[in-house]
Design a binder for this molecule. Sequence first.
Ligand SMILES: Nc1ncnc2c1ncn2[C@@H]1O[C@H](COP(=O)(O)OP(=O)(O)OP(=O)(O)O)[C@@H](O)[C@H]1O
Length: 551
Amino acid sequence: MERDTSELFEEFKELTASEFFRRNKQMLGFSGKIRSLTIVFHELITNSLDACEEAGILPDITIELKRLGKDHYLLKHADNGPGIPEDYITKVYCQMFAGSKFRNIQSRGQQGLGCSGCVLLSQMTTGQPVTIRSRYKDGDQIKGVEMKVKLDVKKNTGIILDRKEFETERTGSGIEIEFKDVSYSMSEQGAYEYIRRTVIGNPHARIVFKDPTGRKYTFERATDKIPPLPQEVLPHPKGVTADDIIYLCKSTNKKRFKNLLMDSLSRVSLKKIKEIEEATGIDMNKRPKSITWKEAEMVVEQFDKIKFMAPPTNGLKPIGSDQIEKGINEILLPEFSTALTRKPQAYRGGVSFIVEVGLAYGGKSGRKVGNSRKAEIMRFANRVPLTFDQGSCAITEALKSIDWRRYGIGELDNAPISVFVNIISTNVPYLSTGKQSVAPEEEIVREIRQATMKIARKLEKYLRAKKAAKNEEMRAKIFEDMVPVVIKQCALLAEKEIPDYEKVMDEVTHKAKIMDMKNRLQQPEIEAKEVIVEEPKMRVKEEILEDEQLQ
Ligand SMILES: Nc1ncnc2c1ncn2[C@@H]1O[C@H](COP(=O)(O)OP(=O)(O)OP(=O)(O)O)[C@@H](O)[C@H]1O
């Protein structure tokens, strides 16, 4: 029987963002027990790093994970950032799509979903409120406030259940949050590995982590240099659509279309405005609000045809090859390491990005299967480790397209190497809100490939020199073993005393040759740094604690 239209529409409803993600938590990355917990670590750690960076503070992060029952944990996370003013606490933790990072700026966060997503997951699995502790500057004072909050899913807002003030002398934010149906793991996709990689990509950070077994890991910072503050970058005309132009026109208070274009986009000069005017016939003095869709399309067509200077790149702040090497050396303790930060490039014509790569070979740390060291690929975007969805990622695609045998390491999977790739951009093209993989944009894939091949050549040179040194050593050893026998036999035959041959041997045997090879290894033409690790002096200190509390 056919149903009435009005009857069908009786079910029509509106969903808030929180209701939507309550039904689709996998879209926030919360799927699977290990992954869900790692994503929580990711959200809280990236926020602390962003907040510290913006405030010019060297990050000190403490995390404690306590097991309360099977798949049931209490997480305590605290940082020394600028804190969150009281009025914003419920917005930060209980409102989806609310944040301070909706700008064209290089930051780890972009969407205003991370904190509220964690609170939502906690509430959905335990029904418990979360406790937030914020210490923030208010004029000359530092205020301390603690709140117990819940997320009102139907309204996408926060409910304050309890509030108290406390005295404090330093700034920072902290959260205590419970989860069920999650699990802690030491695997490559687990929370511990996430922290380890975070420290490699952020050598300026110090993280203390107390795991559920009572082990306390202290990852010391490898550098005291605070990364420079990224700046906002205006969108480049080659990267905008007609819809972007209409959006700009609707939300501006500029009186003339030309001023809007020149002030909201980069590289649009008065000269370019004239070119557009001549080609399209659009009056550039028009009020932006009167620009039609058709006109916006015509402007975009002209943007495609006109030559503009490349997008500005001063807003991008890479880690830098020295810092990457420091991070790699301190955490992976490799036999050989090298890193490279490339020049900025643009994808989709108008979004600038920088690729950074690093390689670590051999050594005592790194991924192991059984006793042998295996290859590990460490993907990062804006210094944040990407742990999941590697199959669809631009980084995986680029690394797989390289013929690694050319670089003397055979099959990539079985080689004892760690490959580090970081993509820096004001707009990393993530494939989903979970932000775990980067879209394989042609320019990005090409750039990663080029950069990696360049450092792989350095590794190849190092391996070649190492092999030559080994061969030389073997040859010298044979010589050293044989000569005394020959001398003895000759002396016997000649009925003479065995001469003192050891001094002569020293001059010609392997010692001299090995010294020579070692010198060659260190020569600048090899451009590779050999890291000799005698004692594993770990940046991460591991302790087993009784019942110490992290504050
Ligand atoms: N530890 C913190 N210290 C200070 N401010 C914070 C902290 N954590 C979050 N914030 C503030 O709360 C806002 C919301 O954080 P949230 O994690 O929800 O989203 P985001 O970081 O902006 O984006 P994304 O969802 O992509 O991570 C941030 O933009 C920031 O202004």
